[in-house]
Design a protein around this ligand. Structure first.
Ligand code: NAD
Length: 506
């Protein structure tokens, strides 16, 4: 039986905007053609606001503003320390408004309020981190004694197009905005259409922090319209994209015509591998949290749990017990552990996988709507055991509170199962055997590995996936590398020894 709060008491934040607009060159504006779209909240699934639906001409206007700010404005030319001060002010403002940000984010996305609060604080930390990084930035210099000095002149790339998903909207936007702005780029952000509310808050935050007009521009709208126009715009130098692997493929192809720089953070189906010699209690805590936090709408979710056979039955029983005890409820209630999925379309997708799973595995927890929840996108934490590696619920990203558990007998089999999917974002390994831990970590197809840990990230480390989970790594200085060009400048210290063409007598 899934534990639940009363679903009937919905918290509606005070002071919701009357409409959500674009933000271009320091001003809130409607779409040029007046188009809008409905934004629903995931608890009532009622439209609570209309958002401006950006079209090609709206992207053109935003890119023109960003271009002008880049070519003529102070932002790319400021001393790193001066930009850093602005970024720190942004972090201060975000921190001071974390409760309000969390309230709005939770309302718009269905994320549990306590987890939305953590995401708001992480967004502030992203700005603080890149504020520090740019003042500490060093670049390469190479000396050829007596002949040459060669140095790297790092320059912001230009106008950055930032395209983000709906799962942790504000935090993921900060993950791109902070390094792009720190590097001196100007930006056009196209946030996800399911969750445009928190993105509109950046405008005032940046204005108050002293970001010049035109440096940050926001265009709301659908991926196929606003997103597509941004990707194809010839005055945009790079696209940083986070979203589904199939969308990434489309964007990859569409960037070709204008030869844009690209960074792609895509989908995942990450394994959590639990060996019999692990601290089972710690593994249980982490693997339950790893798939059910953020409503399971988490790219790095450990959504396939591989368990050594000698502890398998006990682990499955204890795991199912924990899943049944998870508190599903109103996203605004601080006791809620799993809230409402973002949108009815996504809810339908997750539910269809649960139905598929019923013929592919042994259902040991959840399996549908939790009792007592007649409306809203609520899904009971769902656990399938004995899932075969060719099952769709083993292979495909569900992006909801659904997990597949599979037994293994040997290290080799565990590795083959872990690597036997198209994705390669994260992996979580649970063992107290030092050699196994490192050998397994190094062999697993994953951009990021956590050993005896849930997903706790040091901001200096690379972030990204391999295989269908991504292309290029951001994180720490790699993000600065992505948003800047490194121009090589070569200086001759002595005579220029050029072969003398055109001096031979004929
Ligand atoms: P999505 O691909 O549907 O949409 C992401 C963004 O792309 C949205 O803003 C959307 O409007 C835009 N878009 C869609 N089609 C486009 C097009 N043709 N051209 C330009 N833009 C377009 O993804 P989603 O459903 O919003 O997010 C969930 C996905 O994101 C999951 O697959 C998840 O794993 C992934 N994700 C990955 C990471 C990571 O860091 N690897 C982090 C979070 C989410």
């Amino acid at each position: 039986m899934t534990i639940q709060q009363s679903p009937s008491i919905q918290h509606i934040p005070e002071g919701l905007p009357e409409k959500i607009q674009h933000y271009v060159d320091g001003e809130f504006v409607d779409s040029i053609g007046g188009a809008t779209f409905d934004v629903l909240d995931p608890v009532s699934n009622q439209t609570y606001v209309q958002a401006a639906a950006g079209q090609r001409e709206d992207i053109d206007r935003a890119v023109a503003a960003a271009r002008k700010a880049f070519d003529e404005g102070p932002w790319p030319r400021m001393l790193p320390r001066a930009r850093s001060r602005v970024l720190n002010r942004i972090a201060d403002i975000v921190e001071s408004r974390d409760a309000r940000l969390a309230e709005l984010e939770s309302f718009d996305s269905g994320l549990p309020i306590t987890q939305a609060l953590g995401q708001a604080q992480r967004a502030a930390e992203n700005f603080r981190f890149f504020a520090d990084l740019i003042v500490a930035q060093t670049d390469d210099t190479y000396k050829v004694p007596g002949r040459q000095v060669n140095y790297v002149n790092r320059k912001p790339k230009g106008v950055a197009g930032l395209i983000t998903p709906w799962n942790t909207p504000f935090m993921l936007e900060s993950w791109k905005l902070a390094p792009a702005l720190a590097s001196g780029c100007t930006v056009v952000l196209k946030p996800a259409e399911f969750t445009p509310l928190s993105a509109s808050l950046w405008a005032d935050i940046f204005r108050e922090a002293g970001v010049p007009d035109g440096v940050f521009n926001l265009v709301n709208g659908f991926g196929e319209e606003a997103g597509d126009a941004l990707v194809k715009h010839e005055d945009v130098q790079l696209i940083s994209f986070t979203g589904e692997s199939s969308t990434g493929q489309t964007i990859f192809a569409n960037c070709a015509a204008t030869l844009k720089g690209m960074s792609m953070e895509l989908g995942g189906k990450s394994p959590a591998v639990v060996f019999a010699d692990a601290d089972i209690e710690a593994a249980l805590d982490a693997t339950v949290f790893g798939v059910f936090s953020l409503n399971g709408e988490r790219c790095t979710a450990g959504s396939r749990i591989l368990v050594e056979r000698s502890i398998y039955d006990d682990f499955v029983a204890r795991y199912a017990e924990r899943a049944k005890n998870i508190v599903v409820g109103d996203p605004h209630d601080p006791k809620t552990e799993v809230g409402a999925l973002v949108h009815p379309e996504h809810y339908d997708k997750v539910m269809s996988y649960i139905e598929i799973g019923k013929s592919e595995g042994r259902l040991v927890a959840g399996g549908g709507r939790p009792d007592g929840f007649d409306t809203g996108n609520y899904v009971a934490p769902t656990v399938f055991a004995d899932v075969k590696p060719d099952a769709r619920i083993f292979q495909e990203e569900i992006f909801g509170p659904v997990v597949a558990i599979t037994p293994f007998d040997t290290d080799e089999e565990a590795l083959a199962l872990a690597n036997g999917v198209k994705y390669g974002l994260a992996a979580y390994i649970w063992t107290n055997n030092l050699k196994r831990a490192h050998n397994f970590s190094q062999a697993v197809d994953a951009g990021m590995v956590w050993l005896n840990s849930n997903n706790v990230r040091d901001l200096r480390t690379p972030f990204g996936g391999v295989k269908a989970s991504g292309l290029g790594h951001e994180g720490g200085y790699r993000s600065i590398d992505f948003y800047t060009d490194q121009q090589a400048v070569h200086i001759t210290l002595n005579e220029a020894h050029s072969p003398r063409f055109g001096t031979q007598s004929k």
